[in-house]
Design a protein around this ligand. Sequence first.
Ligand SMILES: CC(C)(COP(=O)(O)OP(=O)(O)OC[C@H]1O[C@@H](n2cnc3c(N)ncnc32)[C@H](O)[C@@H]1OP(=O)(O)O)[C@@H](O)C(=O)NCCC(=O)NCCS
Length: 367
Amino acid sequence: MPFAHVTGWGMYVPEPVLTNDDISKLVDTNDQWIRDRTGIRERRIARENEFPSTLGVEAAVKALQVANLAPTELDLIICTSSSPEYIFPATACIIQDQIGATKAGAFDLQAACTGFIFAVNMAAQAIRSGSIKNALVVGTEVLSRFVNWKDRGTCILFGDGAGAFVLQASDIPGGIMSAVMHSDGSGADTLTLPGGGSHFPASELTIHEGKHFVHMDGKEVFRFATRVMGRAVLEALEQVKMTTDDIHCIIPHQANYRIIETAAKYLKMPLEKFVINVDRYGNTSTASIPIATVEAIQNGRLKSGDKVVFVGFGGGLTWGAMVVEWTGPIPAKKQIHPEQYRLFARLRSFVRRAIRYIEGFFSRRSL
Ligand SMILES: CC(C)(COP(=O)(O)OP(=O)(O)OC[C@H]1O[C@@H](n2cnc3c(N)ncnc32)[C@H](O)[C@@H]1OP(=O)(O)O)[C@@H](O)C(=O)NCCC(=O)NCCS
């Protein structure tokens, strides 16, 4: 059975920075309160012409560059987002078109902030089954468009950004070693974006009631997160008969510094073993784990051969963790330039749209 290795990684965050002081001009809050309760200092906000797909494409191309893999070699793309481009089509399909992944099947996976762990696990399972060789997983968010900028309980928390992993099959042991996935739909209303779906289709009333914004019971989510995080880590370690002593670092979902601190205490681990960057990006939901991973690699905190645990939680309710033996790119003789495929992808997309238009024109005339 092949092993599923993470061979590429990339991140992208929009340039505009929104500080706590900026938010204090919108709602009754202040920098000290936000830092004390969440650890967040600032977050990135997408520009008007940036979308989950544009952010996701940037992160994906970087991940392919690290993996030295052409987008045409991808078999599968899973995108996970709490702020997808549309209900359908899947954001994954837009990314597939824009990077030129001509033979990849693409779909979205919805598990709120736990999405990246679930998606990496699904991609790894597809590789381990032998049905595919190369997969791309993208977590991408423009949550700033779903945040009520008049609600101080939520608008302080979220930020925009994207992260991506490339996963590849290899006979060399390592890569994704174990994973646990959990859900508890009885807590569905704890963290939700209720409007715009088929339960509350968009109407003047749903807009008036603010149903198109993130709704959250902050205290309940906090309690839930602190309860499940440590347990999920231990469960994932137990599957491979490992303990916290065997791992080099934990990369948790970046929601709140205090939640991570509580998990560290539960696991009796020093906080230094946790990769934390929530102070600079806030909660970027599905993108937070890959963004933190890329920074951990850049800072030398995660190296080839290290054992790392990813752990996340979020709406659903959902939570999960995975143990990964970090390996890195598969050595190759030839240098691939995935970014060069973007122009080809744009051309191809244009030509396919044109053909579809011409075919439609003639088939209408012949009816
Ligand atoms: C949202 C969160 C930071 C709020 O912190 P908290 O300690 O639970 O705060 P509370 O809601 O109990 O509010 C405490 C007080 O601060 C006030 N307050 C709430 N938000 C505030 C803000 N942004 N600025 C200033 N005061 C604020 C409340 O009105 C309340 O005032 P009161 O005591 O006079 O009634 C915290 O609950 C949290 O982080 N929860 C988890 C959220 C999360 O991670 N979600 C994503 C999961 S993927």
